[in-house]
Design a protein around this ligand. Structure first.
Ligand code: BTN
Length: 339
């Protein structure tokens, strides 16, 4: 029934004219009653579907933001990213779910999406909870064939893909500036809208990558800053808060996965960021400005000179020395309260 619903929804979405009940029956090999049930389910989920006797069904309007297995599957036209999707109304952490998929043999590109995450994981052991109807929390499972020291760049590839997808869904929204804070925070009008967590599991022999999971949490339809936990209220925002627009999370996911598929192919050609460097750098916040590097061996400031081909941040110190920063936190002047 799930596949029928996905297929019927996709067909209605792509047809400008009415689609008769008989056409749907013939196309999907189901009964009239089954079609009628699917149409009623879709109506119940908020899709406005007109039924005219003698003509059939026509999709008049889609709900503003609905996240469900059919909604996601009916939109995806990717080659491998998200060809298999697990959708949960509630889960602990999509990264943990995707790791389980990794252990259980799910294919490269499997995606886990959830409406609510009640034990979501952020970087450095922090939490990342998502409330119903607000965030797009998803994780993609990758089974790469490259060597482990290339893996850290995958998170930059995803950061670029999310930034590009956000720009696409916000097209025409005035004053909405999407940037990347190195390496992978996505920033809208100088506040964070998305964080990422990449985790890698090695084979038992520890010589090859078994799988990588890349998880992203995008604040989409949070209506006001009060919806964020107190400690991030001053630095976090959402697409809706910044633009007033409600955005379809399924549409955003579709765009992210399309961009990721393309960018990942470019990355694979050289196994470094050379082919994506310009696009990444065009989004990079603070190039030419002062940054503070929170190195465990001692903090220092310098001028950001963008990234090198390995995705490391080049920071020029006051004495002219150029440091390649490959890990650790970096504060960018003008962002997140660093003045
Ligand atoms: C950060 O601290 O900035 C990273 C946040 C990463 C959150 C996402 S939400 C989807 C995926 N599942 C998780 O448990 N974490 C990541």
């Amino acid at each position: 029934m799930k596949t029928d619903k996905t297929d019927i929804l996709a067909l209605l979405r792509n047809s400008k004219d009415y689609v008769s009940g008989q056409q749907l029956c013939d196309r999907f090999g189901v009964t009239r009653t089954a079609v009628w049930k699917v149409i009623n389910q879709l109506k119940g989920e908020g899709y406005q579907i007109e039924s005219v006797s003698g003509k059939g069904y026509r999709l008049l309007e889609e709900p503003g933001d609905i996240l469900s297995e059919s909604e996601i599957a009916s939109r995806l036209h990717t080659k491998w990213a998200g060809r298999k999707v697990y959708y949960y109304d509630v889960t602990g952490s999509t990264n943990n779910d995707a790791k389980r998929c990794g252990e259980e043999g799910d294919p490269h590109g499997t995606v886990v999406v959830a409406d609510i995450q009640n034990a979501g994981k952020g970087r450095r052991g922090r939490g990342w909870q998502t409330l119903s109807g607000t965030a797009l929390a998803f994780t993609i499972l990758l089974r790469p064939e490259f060597v482990p020291d290339r893996a850290s760049m995958i998170t930059l590839v995803m950061a670029l893909s999310v930034a590009e997808a956000v720009e696409e869904v916000l097209e025409g929204a005035e004053d909405a500036v999407t940037t990347i804070k190195w390496p992978n925070d996505i920033v809208l009008n100088k506040k964070k809208i998305c964080g990422m967590l990449t985790e890698m599991t090695m084979t038992p022999e520890m010589d090859e990558i078994q799988y990588i999971v890349v998880g992203a949490g995008i604040n989409v339809n949070n209506g006001s800053p009060e919806e964020f936990q107190e400690e991030i209220r001053g630095t976090a925002t959402s697409l809706k808060i910044e633009t007033g627009r409600q955005v379809s999370r399924a549409e955003l996911l579709e765009k992210v996965l399309l961009r990721f598929e393309e960018n990942y192919a470019v990355f694979l050609e050289t196994l470094d960021m050379s082919g994506l460097r310009e696009a990444y750098q065009n989004h990079l916040q603070g190039v030419g400005n002062e940054v503070r590097v929170l190195d465990p061996a001692g903090e220092y400031t310098g001028i950001s000179r963008g990234i090198n081909d390995r995705g490391e941040l080049i920071v020029e110190k006051e004495d002219g020395e150029r440091v390649q920063v490959y890990a650790g936190e970096v504060s960018v002047r003008g962002l997140y309260g660093y003045v």
